[in-house]
Design a protein around this ligand. Structure first.
Ligand code: DX5
Ligand code: ZN
Length: 224
């Protein structure tokens, strides 16, 4: 499982924007040594959209050797942590806004052997996640309102990335800072300059005429 503990920036193509009728080909663009594959689980409660569950994570797991990064946009995420891990998730990210006992859910994720991520919506301030940073492998800063691909990057979220980056240095922590929503080479450069090191990209990769080339441009923009 390369790239979790390394410090190089990571591109994470998001299969939300992929053509599921050709999932194997779409996933083949991810380089297991360089990239993560980002999987957006949505439940039509926490967010208005509905996507997929553990069955698709299991299929993804069979189709790629890359690190499988599962972003749970669902209520009661703790009820399905074990199932997502069994399906092959390398990292499970839950939303702060969906957790009552956040520390407990993060511990539960780590007990399965998966890495633990915590996400925050645009309206949630950085201060709300700050107490959990020592318990995290990844902090996911949403740079759009979660729910749909293809939205515009919210530049105001870069302040949270800067705050996370400063806090990580100050406390000598090792969590990764991931940005998700509206990422393309230009916004990725801004987020990189603010201190992000994982860059989720759906539309800009899978809706490009050449998705392999688009992913290569993203890698180049972030310097990986
Ligand atoms: C949005 C999801 C994202 C989505 C990003 O709620 O969390 O991961 O795939 O899509 P783009 O890159 O198209 O904004
Ligand atoms: Zn996501």
């Amino acid at each position: 499982m390369p790239r979790m503990n390394a410090t190089a920036p990571i591109a994470a193509p998001s299969i939300l924007s992929a053509d599921f009728s050709r999932l194997a080909e779409e996933l083949a663009i991810a380089d297991p040594e360089l990239d993560w594959v980002h999987c957006d689980v949505m439940d039509n409660h926490f967010v208005p959209n509905l996507t997929f569950g553990p069955i698709l994570i299991a299929a993804t797991r069979k189709l790629t050797r890359a690190f499988v990064d599962v972003h749970l946009m669902m209520e009661r995420p703790w009820a399905m942590v074990e199932e997502f891990r069994r399906a092959g998730a390398d990292q499970i990210t839950v939303h702060l806004e969906a957790c009552a006992e956040t520390r407990e859910v993060l511990r539960q994720i780590r007990e399965t052997g998966a890495k633990a991520g915590l996400a925050l919506k645009p309206a949630t301030p950085f201060g709300a996640v700050a107490p959990y940073l020592p318990d995290l492998d990844t902090l996911l800063v949403m740079t759009v309102e979660p729910g749909f691909g293809g939205q515009s990057f919210m530049p105001g979220m870069l302040d949270k990335v800067r705050a996370a980056h400063a806090e990580r240095a100050k406390k000598n922590l090792a969590f990764r800072i991931e940005v998700d929503g509206g990422i393309h080479p230009e916004t990725a450069r801004l987020a990189r300059a603010a201190g992000a090191d994982v860059f989720v990209a759906g539309n800009s990769v899978f809706h490009a005429s050449d998705s392999r080339a688009a992913l290569a441009s993203l890698r180049e923009a972030i310097g990986t």
